[in-house]
Design a protein. Structure first.
Lengths: 115, 113
């Protein structure tokens, strides 16, 4: 158990819908990362937050957005869902301390199925 | 731009065989290096990491990796694999500022019992 929690574990929805995935980081970690893992694209970095602010952006679509709240949990919002958005979505957390080593610890993931 | 290359996408070995998974990166500065493992149906778990010091790093479950700076490589090794090592292995590179971590495409290892 990494200490990172994600809900829900599974999500089944229809095309065009909007969903919210939630992540709680390990105690003491300030940074949260979101990744998408699919069979054809592999593990893709989406976005990183540090202490409530966006720090780095990866291959995140405009239909997707995220935020990190004052209690440090994060939500990833996916809208206008398409079949191709079906994937495992992982959250990871780290201390986020700049200039130091920064190990990411991954949550169990949310499996999203778009029908 | 930073990039990570894992040469083998799929590896099949018999139990007790030795394992070496390649990882090369492209980045001009100082890096931190990681190997993660993802067992079937599970999340990524940290196997080992290199930050500084001895370039030969030992991780969990008998894995080790060697950082060769001149070759920009961080290959993962295990002298004798077990069926339970069947998993996907990801190499990751992070610039020492800690802002960005890039993951390789992964190598799927299947160990035959």
């Amino acid at each position: 158990d990494s200490g990172v929690t994600q809900t829900p574990k599974h999500l089944i929805t229809a095309t065009g819908q909007r969903v919210t995935l939630r992540c709680s980081p390990r105690s003491g970690d300030l940074s949260v990362y979101w990744y998408q893992q699919s069979l054809d694209q592999g593990l893709q970095f989406l976005i990183q937050y540090y202490n409530g602010e966006e720090r780095a952006k990866g291959n995140i679509l405009e239909r997707f957005s995220a935020q990190q709240f004052p209690d440090l949990h994060s939500e990833l919002n996916l809208s206008s869902l398409e079949l191709g958005d079906s994937a495992l979505y992982f959250c990871a957390s780290s201390s986020g301390q700049v200039g130091l080593t920064d190990t990411q610890y991954f949550g169990p993931g949310t499996r999203l199925t778009v029908l | 731009a930073q990039s990570v290359s894992q040469h083998n996408h799929h590896v099949i070995l018999s139990e007790a065989a030795s394992l070496e998974l390649g990882c090369n990166y492209s980045y001009g500065g100082t890096v931190n290096l990681f190997w993660y493992v993802q067992y079937p149906g599970q999340h990524l778990q940290l196997l080992l990491k290199y930050f500084s010091g001895d370039p030969l790093v030992k991780g969990i479950k008998g894995f080790e990796a060697e950082f060769i700076k001149s070759k920009f490589s961080f290959n993962l090794r295990k002298p004798s694999v077990q069926w339970s090592d069947t998993a996907e292995y990801f190499c990751a590179v992070q610039n020492t500022g800690g802002f960005k971590t890039i993951f390789g495409a992964g190598t799927r290892l299947f160990v035959k019992a």
